[in-house]
Design a binder for this molecule. Structure first.
Ligand code: ATP
Length: 604
């Protein structure tokens, strides 16, 4: 048919005996040769079966020739990539662009600024979420998407925030226009940046924020990002809040990328944590000094890695975590909490969590002794095991024995000591963080973990003394009584002294006493009247902290005994195996002979 000079679309012979839509005679000559080449049409309709149907129908019903339209479509298809390329080049030449991966706290600050200054003011479409979640949701579509005036399920509180949805948003800062787009997973930007997180099992790129502005300089973009950061800091200070990032808890504490789960909390004031005043002041001064510009310069000049570490140890409920949070609030920085005892953080994930830390922050690794971190000791080294066990070396205490949480459940040891050391001060580890490790049992910690440079200050958080008892009474009962006018400040002070004298010193944790005072519901007389009886009852009851410690010791002891038994059994088995092997090579002993004879007898 093509040989007849007729062009057209070949249709299956079975469906149409003519096999060709013979409309070549009607169309105008186009270009060289005067007809539309068949392969061009095929290229156009390829992948568009609808076009083919439309073309046939138009021809059959009205005798219309759609060749010209097809040619236009073909030209468009051919030209589109060229147009896109030219457009991209033009944009690249005339704009500056930055991309912020959404796991970076900076992304949260940009979104927070956008929420307050752009989205909530003049926008008709936004992602909406209540409270702090708006600043933190980094998933693709974690929260309801709504238009203004259309309430979503999440809006049962006034305290909600608007964020840009996945897509683009143009806004102005002064006279300069910016384009912000929330790019979904997989977007690499014109920079080709591709954000992968090693903790991300799917190994997919992360969501990212892309900010573009006119011009060749990155300066305006840096100014904009700084503006967002300053805004966030100011909002935090004025609102008396602190951002707490969690990475723990049986997988539930983390988002899909293995990042931090974030909440905003009110700052806990340092004066609400009862402890020896000089110890408290020493820690505060140390942390403040650490963040001074001259200290940073000093570290740099001396070639010391700019990191600082504290170890807070003592029984549970003595204020280690509370003081850490209060200190972060005082230093006006975010706090990052890692709980290794959940058993769901691996070396790799810990490493990437540390890599994602901002320059200034407080990182708390809680209950580090219960994390199950031991030297990667080869338990099969029989003699080493025995020697270490006899010597009671903490570094021996194996992962399974030490990897028990407070509930005593065995947990897999997913973070190794070397993995932890590498994360906290390996070459790739972030500088500028203040690391606080808390422990109920510091003696169980490996020396490598607590050596100077990793732990610069060890502070013991102990049971309540008389001064702290007075202070906790004033905080929970006295101040309120004064404020309500039921007592004078002097009377409140003397009531607190009476209370403190009735409470045995260095016996209870602040958490226990706080619990008792809460139960008294701001009734000073009740607190003073009942404290002695309560204390007596508490002393006779097993203390959770002592109980915890003794349980840990028992478990460790049982583990050591079990290992020794296992070792003995292995030794005996090895003896038997060797004896059996030796039987083949050596002359059989009389005993072996007897045993063999017996065996043969049994076999028969
Ligand atoms: N020294 C303290 N001053 C004020 N409150 C305290 C103090 N110690 C404990 N508390 C109160 O007891 C509770 C538990 O305290 P916190 O979690 O800080 O103790 P912890 O020593 O970190 O315990 P754990 O070892 O179990 O983590 C909190 O509600 C806190 O307010």
């Amino acid at each position: 048919m093509a040989g007849d000079g007729v062009t057209g679309l070949i249709v299956p012979a079975a469906r149409d005996q003519s096999t060709v839509l013979a409309h070549g005679t009607k169309h105008e000559p186009l270009g060289v040769g005067g007809v539309i080449p068949l392969h061009l049409k095929e290229a156009v309709v390829h992948g568009h079966p609808l076009l083919e149907i439309v073309q046939r129908l138009a021809y059959r019903l009205h005798g219309w020739d759609l060749d010209k339209i097809l040619v236009l479509i073909a030209l468009y298809n051919a030209g589109a990539p060229v147009y896109r390329f030219l457009k991209q080049q033009l944009v690249r030449l005339t704009t500056a662009e930055i991309i912020i991966p959404e796991y970076d706290p900076l992304a949260r600050e940009v979104l927070q600024w956008m929420s307050a200054n752009i989205m909530a003011k003049r926008t008709t479409q936004a992602l909406v979420s209540s409270g702090s979640e708006a600043q933190t949701s980094m998933d693709n579509y974690p929260i309801p998407y709504g238009r203004r005036g259309a309430p979503t399920n999440n809006l049962d509180t006034d305290d909600f925030q608007c964020m840009p949805p996945i897509g683009k948003k143009i806004f102005w800062v002064g006279l300069r226009p910016y384009l912000l787009s929330r790019a979904p997973r997989g977007y690499t930007g014109s920079t080709g940046a591709n954000f992968l997180m090693s903790g991300d099992k799917s190994n997919q790129p992360l969501n990212s924020l892309r900010i573009v502005t006119l011009g060749w300089s990155l300066g305006p973009l840096q100014d904009f990002v700084k503006k967002c950061h300053d805004y966030s800091v100011e909002a935090r200070v004025n609102g008396g809040t602190i951002t707490v990032h969690f990475a723990s808890g049986s997988g539930g504490g983390m988002d899909a990328y293995g990042n931090w789960h974030t909440v905003t909390k009110s700052v806990r004031k340092l004066d609400t944590v009862d402890m020896e005043e000089h110890v408290k002041m020493d820690l505060i001064r140390d942390a403040e000094d650490y963040y001074k510009a001259e200290t940073k310069k000093f570290y740099a000049e001396c070639g010391i890695p700019y990191r600082r570490g504290f170890l807070f140890h003592g029984p549970p409920g003595t204020g280690k975590s509370s003081f850490s949070a209060a200190l972060a609030g005082h230093l006006n920085c975010d706090i990052y909490m890692i709980n290794l005892s959940g058993g769901d953080i691996t070396d790799g994930r810990l490493h990437s969590l540390f890599l994602s830390l901002p320059k200034k922050c407080v990182v708390v690794i809680e209950d580090i002794d219960s994390a199950g971190i031991g030297r990667e000791q080869e338990l099969s080294e029989v003699e080493d095991v025995r020697d270490l066990a006899r010597a009671g070396s903490p570094s021996f205490i194996p992962a399974r024995a030490r990897g028990r949480g407070k509930k005593g459940a065995a947990r897999p040891n997913m973070v190794t000591l070397s993995g932890l050391l590498n994360a906290i001060d390996g070459n790739a580890s972030q500088e500028g963080r203040l690391l606080i490790m808390t422990s109920n049992n510091p003696d169980a910690l490996d020396e490598a973990l607590t050596r100077p440079g990793r732990v610069d200050k060890r502070v013991h958080f102990g049971y309540l003394n008389e001064a702290s008892a007075r202070s906790i009474f004033m905080r929970l009962i006295g101040r309120h009584a004064v404020a309500s006018g039921s007592v004078t400040p002097e009377e409140a002070a003397s009531l607190s002294s009476i209370f403190a004298r009735k409470l045995p010193s260095n016996t209870f944790t602040p958490a226990q006493v706080q619990n008792f005072l809460q139960y008294c519901r701001r009734d000073a007389d009740k607190a003073i009247g009942e404290v002695a009886a309560w204390a007596e009852k508490e002393v006779s009851a097993p203390s959770p902290s002592k109980d915890y410690q003794s349980k840990e010791d028992d478990e460790t002891k049982r583990y050591v005994e079990a290992q020794e038994k296992l070792v003995d059994t292995r030794v005996r088995l090895n003896g038997i195996v060797n004896a059996l092997n030796g039987e083949k090579e050596e002359e059989p002993s009389s005993q072996t002979t007897t045993e063999n004879a017996t065996e043969r007898k049994t076999d028969n």
